[in-house]
Design a protein around this ligand. Structure first.
Ligand code: HEM
Length: 255
């Protein structure tokens, strides 16, 4: 038999100090738990209750969550890299060399950013495959699928723009070939290529534009679309069920 005595958390939560900081009922009751989630800045985007099936590791493999975690690692290491990297054709290559051979923990920082970037592309593609395999793109989640496609394009955009920044042969030729392909797009191709390069070929203007895209425009777009993606998961009734179970889905939810 569970004891009727309140635990130390409940006793603390009923105390005057706690109640002067946090409003609502103490956690432990169903209502208290719900209020704790609603009123917390970090927790409020999570549902208070979820369908048990969606918690299984083998349903989602946590791939979306891992992709988000990788994005956070990339943002943190990217900001640290900005303290060393100089986006000029004279200094870019040498600033990366300095990071690699002179700066303390520089290779660790660079490799964390580089390998997280490669991993993110793989994980996002796998996440997309999982969503497709479980038919989670179907109604009512069509809009979130479209948001997901944009997230995939942004992820690839990060890879493409990031590759030029070390200003080495691989990056230079990737940007030359990539913008060449963009230039072949019908109607707008030449204008978009000019917009990306700021000239006829890959040079200082292109390096600066790719840098601004990589460190400002794409992160802002990624952050706002990720927020939209998470918000849609909530509004679409939480995660999907496998197609075989969707028709007989119970409304059972667990806290
Ligand atoms: C930066 C990239 C992305 C991030 C951070 C992300 C994050 C997430 C997270 C955390 C979930 C919850 C379930 C899970 O972990 O699997 C999810 C679900 C979902 N994602 Fe993504 N995602 C990304 C890209 C994509 C892509 C490329 C697509 C498809 C084109 C997509 C479509 C969906 C859909 C439809 C759901 C709902 C799945 C369901 O209800 O079972 N996402 N996403």
């Amino acid at each position: 038999m569970p004891s009727a005595e309140p635990g130390w958390i409940q006793r603390l939560a009923r105390g005057r100090v706690w109640r002067s900081i946090f409003r609502g009922e103490p956690p432990g009751t169903a209502r208290g738990n719900a209020q704790a989630v609603f009123q917390n800045l970090w927790l409020h985007f999570l549902p208070v209750k979820v369908r048990p099936h969606t918690l299984r590791f083998t349903y989602t493999f946590y791939l979306g969550g891992i992709a988000f975690l990788l994005f956070l690692v990339l943002a943190a290491t990217g900001v640290a890299l900005m303290f060393y990297y100089v986006p000029s054709v004279e200094r870019a290559y040498h600033s990366i060399k300095d990071l690699q051979f002179v700066v303390s923990f520089g290779p660790l920082l660079r490799n964390l950013h580089r390998w997280s970037a490669h991993a993110m592309v793989v994980v996002v593609v796998l996440h997309m495959a999982r969503v497709y395999y479980t038919a989670s793109y179907k109604a009512p989640r069509e809009f979130n699928w479209v948001v997901g496609v944009m997230l995939l394009l942004l992820t690839l955009g990060f890879s493409f723009t990031g590759m030029l920044l070390p200003w080495d042969q691989a990056g230079f030729w990737a940007a030359t070939v990539g913008t060449g392909i963009v230039g072949c797009l019908p109607v707008v191709g030449k204008e978009v290529r000019l917009l990306l390069l700021g000239g006829d070929s890959v040079g200082q203007n292109a390096l600066l534009r790719f840098y601004v895209l990589h460190c400002m425009a794409l992160p802002l777009a990624m952050a706002s679309l990720t927020a939209t993606h998470f918000w849609r998961i909530r509004k679409d009734g939480g995660l999907s069920l496998p197609p075989s179970q969707e028709s007989m889905a119970s409304e059972e939810r667990v806290p």
